[in-house]
Design a binder for this molecule. Structure first.
Ligand SMILES: Cc1cc2nc3c(=O)[nH]c(=O)nc-3n(C[C@H](O)[C@H](O)[C@H](O)COP(=O)(O)O)c2cc1C
Length: 287
């Protein structure tokens, strides 16, 4: 894994020749640059949360309350942050969470690929979203030796869910992350005020449009009626799952199955009892 200390020395050394970093390294400036580079509707989608964004703000302040107490005299010249997870040895306990519009956050529309390449370089696994601009097979082909995880938005069509999972297995993904908290999108005032929902504009539906089950559900081929394809996606996107559906989900794959969006301890216990392998505790960033 890249040692950040090497990276900063690289920057300081380049500074001796008068060269500055291409991108700012602090979050605030990075955010400002990103906002300047993206269309306003996309900025709203990425930066906005639901309601008055109270949950989003509280997430940040709650996280700020965590701290680390460093221990001294441990000779930490060579660090080891590695963890064992689902039988894999990972260089750090960090993952890249699934970001549905990451594809269009890059000006060339290849943000999913750029993220997969970063995962390969850093050894930090990418959780690739169902809502990807580029089909999951192409994203996975960029992972190199870094394991990748596929995030599933379970559609109402079970055959389509199964097809997506089969494709993820065949593409070499090492786990399936099922997002439970978004069978309907949040009430997002920034997006509502601009009447902007990227997916209804046909963005980031690459996994659906490349799927044989999805394509077979359309009356006309996609290239003849793209709008009908988008509307069909809207109809099948979100499945409000019940506990009764969990055995079916579990039966879909032998890969590690991780449930995203579980927050209550009772839900966590019940999911583990039903055979899931991991709990991804999250309120979807208050989105
Ligand atoms: C722009 C954006 C798009 C997101 N898209 C997805 C997605 O496609 N699938 C998903 O499960 N979560 C999605 N999320 C939620 C993130 O994966 C993650 O849950 C959130 O950023 C909060 O982090 P946390 O879950 O670690 O608390 C998205 C978040 C953002 C900011």
């Amino acid at each position: 894994m890249v040692h950040y200390g090497d990276y900063q020395m690289e920057i300081y050394r380049a500074g001796l020749d008068g060269r500055l970093p291409k991108l700012p390294v602090d979050f605030r400036s990075l955010e400002a640059w990103a906002h300047a580079a993206m269309p306003p509707g996309l900025v709203s989608y990425v930066a906005g949360g639901c309601g008055n964004e109270h949950t989003q703000d509280i997430n940040v302040s709650a996280f700020e309350r965590w701290g680390l107490i460093p221990r001294m005299f441990v000779g930490a010249a060579k660090r080891d942050m590695s963890i064992d997870l689902f039988g894999m040895r990972l260089p750090s306990p960090i993952f890249m969470s699934p970001i549905g519009v990451i594809g269009v956050c890059a000006q060339d529309g290849l943000g999913d690929i750029a993220t997969a390449k970063a995962a390969r370089k850093l050894g930090v696994p990418m959780v690739a979203s169902t809502l990807s601009n580029i089909p999951l097979e192409e994203v996975a082909s960029e992972f190199g030796d870094t394991p990748g995880f596929f995030q599933l938005y379970t559609p109402t069509d079970r055959a389509l869910a199964e097809s997506l999972v089969r494709r993820a297995e065949a593409a070499g993904f090492k786990g399936i992350v099922v997002t439970l908290d978004t069978w309907v999108t949040g009430w997002r005032p920034r997006d509502l005020n601009q009447s902007n929902f990227p997916f209804l504009r046909g963005h980031c539906l690459g996994n659906y449009f490349s799927d044989p089950v999805f394509r077979a559900s359309l009356a006309d081929p996609l290239d003849e009626d793209m709008q009908a394809g988008i509307m069909q996606w809207g109809k099948i996107f979100g499945n409000p799952l019940n506990w009764d559906d969990l055995p079916w989900l579990r039966s879909l794959t032998k890969l590690p199955l991780i449930m995203k969006g579980i927050c209550h301890p009772d839900d966590a216990r019940r999911a583990i009892d039903a055979g899931v392998d991991g709990i991804y505790c999250s309120n979807h960033g208050g989105r």
